[in-house]
Design a protein around this ligand. Structure first.
Ligand code: ADP
Ligand code: ASP
Ligand code: MG
Length: 416
């Protein structure tokens, strides 16, 4: 039997009526002759509520218990989806992560897949079941404890199942009808793309476009999964939505194909640190041990001071990791491994990025970007570049304005 993976995100299963709407889409694929693996998220808002309960109960929570609590939202929707399908005479069975089993590492709250044996689910298909409804976002560690995959992780569950079961396609149903040139909530000029290259989507996702979890794109690229994003609220067919695919399947070529933003960034500067071999390791080692995800790094040119050469070191990290980062730096200073005069924190910054594989062979993208931002009087605080992206850190209050200005500057509202 050909097999499809269909994933429904939080807004697509937000209440019983929406679960029914999603189930109808599943039933249609069963009628077309597919066995279907359905991956469900928790009802929208549920995971946030569960995270809130954990934090209120125990600020420095045990990550194993965090996972036990926050994974539960998906269990509810998996059972309800299976029941809804049964009511429609579609033979369906729900599966929690441990029942499959979805084997992961024991890195609680950010676990990674180790293996997804297909035997148990295939045995049910062989018995005549047409649909396996699997709770997204969760797995089981080698110690037998429940794990979760990081926020937005149901996308990754879906792609991993598509790879493990050799699915014809992995369809991600969500509240937008595809992948756009930028978040359609920020500008109504955002344009839906028919196709986007894996590499571009990987950058957009890792730079903040949460329409797909980054890891899901990574897995799809590695295992050559045909990955599609489409609307759960509209009539859809095999041509709907946006296909994430290899670069050479795409005819349309623009130098920049999308703009991404990440709202909750912070910038930390260590003022006047010794400029000597090993200083970067002495700073970023403790940050990494403290679990701080450092993103952009800038080291100023060295100045001569009385005690030798000094410099300023600036880095960015998610705003909710600032306290941890500062503590790691103060501890390192107290231990004598680094020295700084001041620790400056700016918690009101956002990161804006332009992405496009065309950048590899085109000059001038940075100049266009900086000109567009300067025309809006937006000050750039930090810049970083790679082969196919340019990112800047700016004041958060200009975030929407900057996204719109860049979308206009690169004429992303126009095709090809
Ligand atoms: P789900 O609950 O279905 O997983 P998410 O909220 O995680 O849905 O992702 C869908 C959202 O991603 C959209 O509502 C949209 O606001 C946002 N988004 C951000 N960037 C983009 C983009 N480039 N294209 C489409 N949607 C985007
Ligand atoms: N419910 C989880 C979250 O909100 C996983 C997901 O929806 O993908 O992060
Ligand atoms: Mg999501």
């Amino acid at each position: 039997m050909p097999l499809l993976v269909m994933k429904f995100g939080g807004t697509s299963v937000a209440d019983l009526a929406r679960i029914k709407n999603a189930a109808l889409k599943v039933k249609r694929e069963v009628e077309r002759g597919y066995d279907v693996i359905v991956i469900v998220s928790a009802m929208s808002g549920k995971t946030n509520e569960l995270v809130g309960w954990v934090e209120q109960t125990s600020p420095l929570y045990d990550a194993r218990e965090y996972d036990a609590v926050v994974s539960s939202g998906e269990n509810v929707t998996a059972g309800l989806m299976a029941l809804t399908l049964q009511e429609m005479d579609v033979p369906a069975r729900s599966w929690q992560g441990w029942q499959v089993p979805i084997n992961t590492t024991s890195a609680h709250a950010s676990a990674r897949f180790k293996s997804i044996p297909s035997d148990n689910i295939n045995a049910k298909f062989a018995e005549g079941f047409k649909v396996a409804v699997v709770a997204g976002f969760q797995g089981v560690s080698p110690e037998g404890r429940i794990t979760t995959l990081g926020r937005g992780g149901s996308d990754t569950t879906a792609v991993a199942f598509a790879a493990a079961f050799n699915a014809e396609r992995c369809d991600i149903y969500t509240d937008v009808d595809g992948i756009y040139t930028t978040d359609p909530r920020i500008t109504d000029k955002a344009r839906k793309l028919d196709k986007i290259a894996f590499e571009e989507m990987l950058e957009l996702a890792s730079l903040g476009a949460k329409v797909l979890q980054t890891r899901s794109v990574e897995l799809a690229m590695r295992f050559k999964v045909r990955l599609r994003v489409l609307s759960s609220f509209e009539e859809t067919d095999e041509n709907s939505g946006t296909l994430v695919c290899d670069e050479d399947e795409i005819m349309e070529s623009k130098v920049v194909s999308g703009v991404a933003y990440s709202r909750d960034e912070a910038k930390i500067t260590l003022v006047t640190v010794a400029d000597r071999p090993g200083i970067a390791a002495a700073i970023f080692g403790p940050l990494s041990e403290a679990g701080v995800n450092v993103d952009m790094i800038v080291q100023n040119i060295s100045e001569k001071a009385d005690g030798g050469a000094v410099t300023d070191m600036t880095f960015s990290c998610p705003v909710n990791q600032v306290a941890r980062a500062c503590k790691a730096m103060e501890d390192a200073k107290a231990a004598g491994s680094i020295n700084f005069v001041e620790l400056n924190v700016d918690s009101d910054v956002a990161k804006i990025s332009v992405v496009g594989i065309g950048m590899r062979s085109h000059a001038g993208v940075a100049a266009t970007m900086f000109k567009a931002l300067s025309a809006e009087n937006v000050n750039i605080k930090v810049i970083s570049t790679s082969e196919i992206k340019i990112s800047v850190l700016i004041d958060r209050k200009y975030m929407e304005l900057a996204v719109q200005a860049l979308h206009d500057a690169f004429e992303l509202d126009k095709a090809g």
